[in-house]
Ligand binder design. Structure first.
Ligand SMILES: [Fe+2]
Ligand SMILES: [Fe+2]
Length: 206
């Protein structure tokens, strides 16, 4: 695996710097402070949802901070980097490489931050699309991410996710999956993991 290619996006960690200060410096270096602001909101939302739905709030918060680190890789570099790291790339991801940031964030979490919690990695690795066999933590991060988008307050379906998230996590997830499903003809690609997640959830959400 070409670990060097991955590490080139990171500067060394200063002793006593603290995890959050390091992440802020990382996003500053990549001119992505707006993403860092988003991640802090996601961490806060994810922690609240985890407490409400019996998931680990510490893992949820960490997932929020780390889920978008892969966005710093330019879209035209993502496929090449994934190949160098032996990360499988689907044809939908070649067509729309931005989606690969979930897989790259997961890889960076293990390779750069040395974190190996399976719930953390799974949630980060599917936070844009979800997937079949999703865990509560996967759903927590997915919903927290959607609630924390820029202009999230302006989109009617986001308001609906907010309302549903106080009643049922599955129902909140479903609002977004149905929004994508209904808009699929206008979208460049619909990721197959999202289609599988929707089909699975349709069986349990009425
Ligand atoms: Fe993301
Ligand atoms: Fe995000």
């Amino acid at each position: 695996m070409n670990r060097e290619a991955l590490l080139s996006y990171f500067e060394s960690y200063n002793e006593n710097e603290g995890f959050l200060s390091y992440l802020e410096r990382f996003y500053t270096k990549h001119n992505s402070l707006d993403t860092w602001e988003h991640c802090k909101k996601v961490a806060e939302e994810a922690k609240k949802l985890a407490l409400a739905y019996d998931a680990d709030p510490i893992i949820a918060e960490q997932a929020g901070w780390l889920h978008d680190i892969g966005t710093v890789v330019p879209n035209d570099e993502k496929v090449k980097l994934c190949s160098a790291l032996q990360i499988s790339v689907l044809e939908e991801e070649v067509a729309f490489p931005y989606i690969l940031h979930q897989k790259l964030s997961m890889k960076m979490t293990t390779e750069v931050f040395g974190l190996s919690d399976s719930q953390l990695l799974s949630a980060i690795g599917c936070h844009t699309t979800l997937k079949s066999d999703m865990s509560t933590m996967d759903k927590v991060l997915f919903v927290a991410d959607k609630l924390s988008w820029d202009q999230a307050d302006a989109a009617p379906y986001i308001k609906e996710i907010r309302v549903k998230s106080t009643q049922s996590l599955d129902a909140a997830v479903m609002v977004y999956l149905e929004h994508v499903w209904k808009s699929r003809e206008h979208m460049k690609v619909v990721h197959p993991w999202l289609i599988e997640a929707r089909e699975e959830l349709l069986k349990v959400v009425s």
